[in-house]
Design a protein around this ligand. Sequence first.
Ligand code: NDP
Length: 474
Amino acid sequence: MTKPRIGLIGLGTMGRALALNIAENAEPLAVYNRTTAKTDDFIAHTKANEPALAERLTPAETLEGFVDALATPRAIILMVDAGDPVDKVIASLRPLLNDDDLIIDAGNANFHDTNRRAAAAVEQGVPFIGMGVSGGEEGARHGPAIMGGGPKEHWDRVSGMLEAIAAKYKGEPCATWMGTGGAGHFVKAVHNGIEYADMQMIAEVYGIFRDGMGHKAAQIGDTFAAWNDGVLQSYLVEISGKVAHATDPDTGEPMLDIILDAAGQKGTGRWTVIEAQVLASAIPVIEAAVFARNASSRVALRARGQDVFGAAPMTLPDGALDDATLEGAMIAGKIMCYAQGFELLHAASTHYDWSLPMPEVARVWREGCIIRSTMLNDMASALTEAPDDTLIFAPFFRDLIETHTPALRKTVATAMAHGLPVPALAAALNWFDMMRTARSTANMIQGQRDFFGAHGFERTDRDGKGFHGPWGSS
Ligand code: NDP
């Protein structure tokens, strides 16, 4: 029997799904997991449920056995927990490999770690790529979005296999090489940051329906389901409708009403915000979404706040907002959020000298990943026309913004007047208003800085820098 050339280490949720996807849609592979019982369970489960795929899996009990089971040159995918485990696996695996064997880290690595591992691999003269995989378990099994980074020649060695297992948008595979080093994992992190923001804006509108308008979960589910047939069509709006429709089997109550209001996170949204600060890039909608998750987890503090200060009135007067206004607010907010995400990618591309392929980023996100949506196809078209321009200036999105920003303004103003928290929607609107204000208020900041620190300023009426104000005499 010919040996497989692909191996996969890590048979957790994602690794199992990805292994079956590779076996089904690409080629046979060898699999290994640190805890052998998990390998045995995976093989037994696959034999019972998908026997044809089990035939294409070569399980190994030891790392040495796993390496021996592979034809050379090997390509080994790591799907283990991000961080230290990846370094540990690489450290024990690399001495067993040949110099031309490729290691692919497919977990959610911080791109700084990927940069470090890629640099170490170059120093050792061995191939390594870091690859962001999005779409959760379902995506990994039936077609994820794949964002690769590292030397292009190493990506090319496995791009055929990756395209075979990736999601397809109208037949086009959602798997693309983004650039050198940690470029793929950076794009994945921004994807996750945008995911946080999309989810938060949906949650804010849900809150307006629930607390401002007294709508029941199922009614809100109907509204989201209807929106999913329009401009807002997306996986996240679709599943939000399904979540709102679900009933708790234990109590018979709407599931949503039983779920504790404290959002979890694995940190990729936070990474996006940190990197935006490092690059001085404005992504306030994503920042607001990370803030909102952090605030949500302060359950006891929020309860104390309500005891001490009382809940905000929240209930809106009849007719203050309607479905169409809220839908418009979500459309405008979403465009502004994505414009910020792509601005961050731009800043990173320049700073790290990646030449990120902006239209390709939008294309890769059209299927398989959590933020997939119809609008991303329009974004891909806009970025193809003008890859370096801010999305809000693309004619298609400019029209949508002009149409729907009044709805966003009405929604934010009404919600805030009644104490309904809308941090992400408000951040979108504030960002937009700043972006269309030619004369900002930063002249006051510059005056203050010069007053206390003699930092100097530029003047509007003369060329040059380093002017100072008459502070000594004031
Ligand atoms: P799981 O917790 O299901 O599995 C973790 C895997 O990592 C297990 O196979 C575990 O082996 C292995 N592992 C952990 N530490 C070590 C170590 N020191 N040495 C060897 N193996 C180790 O995680 P997921 O499958 O959900 O996630 C895997 C990666 O994919 C993570 O980076 C995650 O962030 C990323 N990811 C997850 C997504 C999801 O929706 N779940 C989506 C996209 C990416 P053992 O069984 O021996 O403990």
